[in-house]
Design a protein around this ligand. Structure first.
Ligand code: SF4
Length: 306
């Protein structure tokens, strides 16, 4: 099948890299460990990298008026400026990366799910400082170990980072190379964003623009496509398109089995991977090289499924 380019990701250091949590702890997450085998990562820890020690006093987000501050819970000592400088520096590196996996919930790394405390010590939820900074980057794939347990969110994250890595590593030197790259993504793009598929097709077919320029434009709409949600209905549509290549060559019982399986997928009773696996099997059986090269049938290493 395919070799996969290794995505470059930013990773919270306490996710299995070193024991840098405020209490000297480390988080061992089975799925994050698996991803590490297929990606190159740079570990980051906002709190330690701005000079806080391990173990350290508990840090919190304090909301004062409309402003969020990064402070020590007990003493109120304020580290907001340091952490903002740090977050700006990390965001500035994002062009070199295909995505980030942060630790869920802490005041530095959390995405949507960090606690803040107002002047009366009432709690609410917001982004951690680094979470907010990376979330603000347009179309930058961002997740945490909690979200990666959700099948749909995990699929989208993995598709995004492996597709972006593929684009980064593909040596696109000519218009023909770009056509070839785009062809392999036809069904995946159709599932995530038919609108972007069309825009990207126009970029690929565009006339007198140097290829380098085309690739830069292509990257913008390519990464934007994967920031959208691929609905079950869109997957269903893509699945039927691909099934059209084989349906007449299958036995009636095989057709019935396929339709039953896809309907079960539509009803949420079967995972997407089961249907895709079956389509991949048909593509192999009928030696359909065009489909075997489609990233839809092979978007990331299968070891990362489930
Ligand atoms: S959550 Fe972020 S800041 Fe806190 S220990 Fe982990 S990596 Fe460091």
């Amino acid at each position: 099948m395919s070799d996969f380019a290794r995505p470059k990701i930013l990773l919270s250091r306490c996710l299995g890299v070193s024991p840098v949590r405020f209490n000297g702890g480390i988080i061992n997450d089975e799925f994050v460990e698996r991803i590490k085998r297929f990606a190159d990562y740079t570990d980051i820890c906002a709190e330690v990298d701005i000079g806080l020690v391990v173990p350290r006093p508990r840090m919190i987000i304090r909301k004062t008026g409309s402003e969020f501050r990064f402070v020590e819970y007990e003493s109120g000592k304020d580290f907001t400026e340091s952490i903002i400088r740090y977050c700006n520096r990390i965001s500035g590196l994002s062009e070199e990366y295909d995505g980030a996996i942060l630790k869920a919930k802490p005041p530095s790394c959390g995405i949507d799910n960090a606690n803040f405390y107002n002047e009366r010590n009432n709690k609410g939820k917001t982004d951690g400082f680094l979470g907010r900074s990376l979330k603000a980057l347009p179309n930058f794939p961002l997740s945490d170990e909690g979200r990666l347990r959700d099948e749909g969110l995990r699929y989208r994250f993995l598709v995004s980072v492996f597709s972006l890595a593929d684009l980064r590593f593909s040596r696109i030197k000519s218009s023909g190379d770009l056509v070839d790259f785009h062809t392999r993504y036809k069904y995946l793009l159709m599932t995530f964003s038919p609108k972007n598929l069309k825009i990207l097709g126009n970029i690929v077919a565009g006339g007198d623009i140097p290829v380098r320029e085309k690739v830069l434009q292509y990257k913008v709409y390519f990464s934007e496509a994967f920031s959208k949600t691929a609905s079950v209905k869109r997957h269903y549509n893509t699945i039927l398109h691909i099934f059209g290549y084989f349906s007449k060559r299958l036995r009636p019982s095989e057709r019935t089995n396929f339709i039953r399986l896809t309907e079960n997928y539509l009803k949420g009773k079967k995972p997407l991977s089961v249907v895709v696996e079956l389509l991949r099997g048909y593509a192999l059986r009928f030696e359909n090289d065009y489909l075997l090269r489609q990233r839809y049938l092979n978007p990331y290493p299968e070891e990362l499924d489930n």
